[in-house]
Design a protein around this ligand. Structure first.
Ligand code: UGA
Length: 433
């Protein structure tokens, strides 16, 4: 496994749990040293335990020596980052191509070189070209095997996938991939075999479609607020139609994370480049930006037009619960605007402080929601961590100077808030009163 980031580490750990011998390579020696001691830098439920039992069983090892990792491998996975390139929105493929050349130099026998990183259409053929150019004698096939796991549910998503997508064009490589994923096929998880380009496209299309559902419901939510509808009921009524489905229809402060923002932007660029602009995806991106900014207005409105000199308690800063990931989190748009508007901001997040401290200067980090709301003028819920779902609203309201609640994940109701003596409540997609 080349690259021990989120996808590489989770995939490597899970493959070893299938019974395979897995060597995870990463250039970052501190990361590898920590992993060797069973320490995982990211917060992902269940990962530590699965990692530990496979290290113990001797199936999972870590190294900074790529040659040793690749030596004799049946499959070499590329799971390095494909960040958005500065300036043009394209996926930056320099890490993927560098990995391909390094792998080529290290190959000792036939291997399939599998791309797990999310890469634009055509990348796998370029990977093959790079390997061929670096090592004309190498025996290999390339395979596209995009990953669909979600942060916070990564182990389960990997072990019980809706489907496995394998873009493969030789029987030999198909045989190797069949062996790699055999434990899943034996349990009847579907596998989609396809050509390289379709596999690459499936990943972008799937993420852009999910992002579309979110931007769609967020735009409907904005309209619900004007016409007196409740977006929760609207989403429920829509989602029960099996053709629509109830998932990814939760209105909120906009999507974030390492995938949707990056992949929608890359898909938009690919479309422009091929003269087939992806207008829906472009609009989805624009609506998401507007949604994040609309949240600032909500807090301002709730605070009578200004947050200057006011104390605001924020619950949750990660882009979603059960992760410590702050990438493109709505909090990174909302909180700086509040600080810039003169607010004193106190933040509580079970796992966000490590990364968040540097990204959100000028805020105070607290451990306890009740301490954070003491004397505050507004309570703002940005991420729906479970521990924020059953707060004692009465206790919160009574300790606040002005008990206002901006519930941007709709985890409470206006009636509950008012019964607990909050003076004002605003959710997303619910008519303000
Ligand atoms: C997403 C996809 O769900 C995975 O299938 C995919 O493998 C992954 O990207 C990737 O490409 O690697 P992830 O970014 O971990 O996974 O998180 P999601 O659970 O999809 O949530 C993304 C964002 O959408 C979060 O900010 C979340 O709060 C938001 N969201 C999600 C909503 O606002 N409403 C919803 O109904 C669902």
């Amino acid at each position: 496994m080349v690259g021990a980031g989120y996808v590489g580490l989770v995939s490597g750990v899970c493959f070893s749990d299938f019974g395979h011998r897995v060597v995870c390579f990463d250039k970052a020696s501190e990361k590898i040293a920590m992993l060797e001691h069973g320490e995982v830098l990211i917060y992902e439920p269940g990962l530590n335990a699965v990692l530990a039992r496979n290290v113990e069983a001797g199936r999972l090892t870590f190294t900074t020596d790529l040659t040793a990792a690749v030596d004799g491998a049946d499959a070499v996975f590329i799971a390095v980052g494909t960040p958005t390139r500065r300036g043009d929105g394209h996926a930056d493929l320099s890490y993927v191509m560098a990995a391909a050349a390094d792998i080529a130099r290290a190959l000792t026998s036939y291997a399939v070189v599998v791309t797990k990183s999310t890469v634009p259409v055509g990348t796998n053929r370029k990977v093959a070209e790079v390997i061929r150019a670096t090592r004309p004698d190498a025996a290999f096939d390339v395979v596209s095997n995009p990953e669909f796991l979600r942060e916070g549910a990564a182990i389960d998503d990997f072990m019980k996938p809706d489907r496995v997508v394998v873009g493969v064009e030789s029987d030999r490589a198909k045989g190797v991939m069949g062996d790699v994923y055999r434990p899943l096929f034996l349990r009847d998880f579907p596998i989609v075999y396809t050509d390289l380009e379709s596999a690459e496209m499936i990943k972008y299309a799937a993420n852009a479609f999910l992002a579309t559902k979110i931007s769609f419901i967020n735009e409907i939510a904005a309209l619900c607020e004007r016409v007196g509808a409740d977006v929760k009921s609207v989403a429920k009524g829509m989602g029960l139609d099996g053709r629509i489905g109830n998932k990814f229809l939760h209105a909120g402060p906009g999507y974030g994370g390492s995938c949707f923002p990056k992949d929608t932007s890359a898909l938009a660029r690919i479309g422009q480049e091929h003269g087939v602009p992806q207008r829906i995806t472009e609009t989805v991106i624009a609506v998401n930006d507007l949604t994040k900014r609309r949240m600032i207005d909500k807090v301002l409105d709730l605070c009578d037009g200004s947050v200057n000199g006011k104390t605001i308690a924020v619950l949750g800063v990660t882009f979603k619960p059960e992760t410590d990931d702050m990438r493109d989190a709505p909090s990174l748009t909302v909180i700086p605007a509040l600080v810039g508007g003169g607010a004193r901001v106190r933040v509580v997040d079970p796992h966000g402080a490590r990364e968040g401290a540097a990204l959100l200067p000028g805020v105070d980090w607290l451990d306890d929601p009740y301490a954070a709301t003491e004397g505050a003028d507004c309570l703002l819920i940005l991420t729906e961590w479970n521990q924020f779902r059953a707060l004692d609203l009465k206790r919160l309201a009574s300790s606040m100077t002005h008990a206002r609640l901006a519930d941007l994940r709709n985890i409470y109701d206006r009636a509950d808030a008012l019964a607990a003596r909050f003076i004002a409540y605003d959710g997303v997609g619910r008519t303000p009163q």
